[in-house]
Design a protein around this ligand. Structure first.
Ligand code: GDP
Ligand code: FE
Ligand code: FE
Length: 206
């Protein structure tokens, strides 16, 4: 992709290279590759759906910034920041987005709520999502490194209809969780009701 020069001060120094270094230092090599894949996918979606490319780039680069922190670290942030105590009943899957946003704010000085909300919502979505939220949610699912049954259809849907891509991903993830008897985070059901319920099955044929 073309070089992207930050200029909005969302990441205070406006240096993308510096953000890349900070992210690389926070996660394993394997996850860093995933993150770069999400950035590429998110920038493409931003151009396609008229979202700000810098915003998409930054949100993508930080979306899994906290993914490899310990459970103890997350619990400490829940207590220190007075976050909802119900979060204590969940785990890394939920924490790395919702609490990850607080860690990003504290460590990277990114205070833009558009970015932070996209990070908060990237794993389970929400009933109300902005274009940026949807882009990060979908880019995480379709980035070039993902390989699972259904990913090609998800990529195809994301070429033409972002809401449909959100719907497909939500259905796919919930089907997987149900098949494995996993706990469903309540917000995931709200995403399902908002984006999947009532959709015509034929819409998912691509
Ligand atoms: P990643 O961080 O790039 O691996 O991707 P995500 O942040 O989208 O997902 C992290 C994990 O959360 C995945 O393994 C999902 O299957 C899982 N996950 C998503 N929604 C839920 C949910 O409602 N409940 C549970 N238990 N897990 C979920
Ligand atoms: Fe994630
Ligand atoms: Fe991810």
């Amino acid at each position: 992709m073309n070089e992207l020069i930050y200029k909005e001060g969302i990441f205070p120094s406006n240096k993308r290279e510096e953000l890349l270094t900070r992210v690389a230092a926070s996660v394993s090599e394997y996850r860093y590759k995933h993150i770069l894949g999400v950035e590429q996918a998110a920038r493409k979606l931003a151009l396609r759906f008229n979202e700000d490319e810098e915003l998409a780039s930054i949100a993508a680069l930080v979306h899994d910034y906290a993914k490899e922190r310990s459970d103890a670290d997350f619990k400490q942030v829940i207590m220190a920041n007075g976050l909802d105590q119900d979060l204590l009943n969940w785990n890394n899957f939920i924490w790395h987005g919702v609490i990850g946003a607080e860690i990003i704010k504290a460590e990277l000085n990114i205070n833009d709520e558009r970015v932070l909300n996209a990070v908060r919502k990237h794993t389970v979505g929400a009933a109300v999502m902005t274009t940026l939220d949807k882009i990060i949610y979908v880019a995480d699912f379709i980035e070039a490194g993902r390989d699972f049954p259904g990913v090609e259809l998800a990529r195809k849907l994301a070429e033409k209809d972002l809401d449909l891509a959100v719907a497909y991903e939500t259905k796919h993830t919930l089907e997987y969780l149900l098949a494995q008897n996993k706990t469903i985070y309540p917000a995931a059901i709200l995403t399902y009701n908002a984006y999947v319920a009532g959709k015509n099955m034929e819409d998912f044929n691509g």
